[in-house]
Design a protein around this ligand. Structure first.
Ligand SMILES: NC(=O)c1ccc[n+]([C@@H]2O[C@H](COP(=O)([O-])OP(=O)(O)OC[C@H]3O[C@@H](n4cnc5c(N)ncnc54)[C@H](O)[C@@H]3O)[C@@H](O)[C@H]2O)c1
Ligand SMILES: O=C(O)C[C@H](O)C(=O)O
Length: 293
């Protein structure tokens, strides 16, 4: 029996709720949103699939969920340059969420941007175990990385993505079969940073790529797969880093982040990881200051 809750019934939350229903990921689904007419419409639309599902919109059900996917808050539009620019808008949304999950013992997957800083913020504010707080973004970054490698004729086997789900992504090239120089690495990194904007411009937001990969993450937890996936995790000394959430390889199972793998990186990757960690430490401090904690 898996009870999945989805906070935010907008583009990404709605798609995750729909996919969870049709793929049979959860026996019970709770969806919530401050926009009650949207919430009602999303619930009805899922009921109209005809699937035999227990679906609720009751906030008091959140605490009893096994997994909560947090997707509420403002998304980027073409005038918002970076995901980090959403921090101040989405802190109050995260605060409201935390106040609704007092005593929650399950796993939170944070999707709302900026993913890394809000994962850290929600974990601290709600007093959760760091192993039960996962920032989502690395899986869709990895799918984009693989695509940019493939269209250039590289075999993407061995590819991975670390760092920020944002401007400071760290694509890991050193495990690829072929060698890559810094020129091609920078070119691919630049493509990765810009990958979502044509989707946002063309259809108002990214949906299929992230939603499919959120379902992969939820399945890894539900089925205790122990898969190593790129996830934003709160570090306490791994990679020599503290007091931040950042994308790393994480073994994901029914307890959440069951292990953080310390990958061997080359000098280019280590430099990028250092830049990402400086940026994210700063963003996590800004989140704490903005939230008054
Ligand atoms: N990590 C990723 O890979 C990824 C992918 C896509 C979107 N996102 C992020 O997810 C978030 C949502 O994106 P979207 O495209 O679904 O946006 P959206 O505007 O379609 O949906 C957001 C929903 O949140 C609701 N909401 C706002 N404040 C709320 C509150 N206080 N309580 C409850 N509900 C509230 C809104 O009513 C809206 O329905 C954004 O921050 C976006 O940047 C992240
Ligand atoms: O790019 C965005 O703002 C949305 C999301 O983080 C994505 O990568 O698809």
């Amino acid at each position: 029996m898996t009870h999945l809750s989805i906070i935010g019934a907008g583009k990404i939350g709605g798609e995750v709720a729909y996919l969870s229903a049709v793929l049979g990921i959860a026996d019970k689904i709770t969806i919530t949103d401050c926009n009650s007419s949207l919430l009602h419409a999303q619930k009805l639309d899922i009921i109209h699939t005809g699937l035999d599902l227990d679906i609720t919109t009751d906030l008091s059900d959140l605490k009893n969920s096994d997994i909560i996917v947090f997707t509420a808050g403002l998304p980027r539009n073409p005038t918002v340059k970076t995901r980090a620019d959403l921090l101040n808008s989405n802190i109050p949304v995260a605060d409201e969420f935390c106040s609704n999950i007092n005593g929650f013992k399950g796993i939170v997957i944070n999707v709302t941007n900026p993913v890394d800083a809000l994962n850290y913020y929600i974990c601290k504010k709600a007093g959760l175990n760091r192993r039960r707080c996962i920032g989502f973004g690395g899986l869709v970054d990895l799918a984009r990385f693989e695509n940019f490698l493939n269209i250039r004729g590289f075999d993407s086997k061995g590819s991975f993505v670390m760092g920020e789900h944002g401007e400071h992504q760290v694509p890991v090239f050193s495990d690829l079969l072929e060698k890559t120089d810094s020129e091609i690495r920078e070119e691919i990194l630049s493509d990765m940073k810009n990958a979502s904007m044509p989707v946002i411009k063309g259809k108002g937001g990214t949906v299929f790529g992230p939603a499919f990969n959120i379902i992969r993450l939820v399945s890894a937890i539900k089925e205790d797969k122990k898969e190593i996936l790129p996830c934003s995790c709160i570090l306490e000394g791994e990679y020599g880093l503290f007091n931040l959430s950042i994308g790393v390889p994480a073994r994901i199972g029914k307890e959440g982040v069951e292990e953080i793998i310390e990958k061997q990186l080359d000098d280019w990757e280590l430099d990028k990881l250092k830049e990402a960690s400086v940026h994210l430490k700063n963003l996590c401090r800004r989140a704490e200051d903005a939230g008054g904690k």
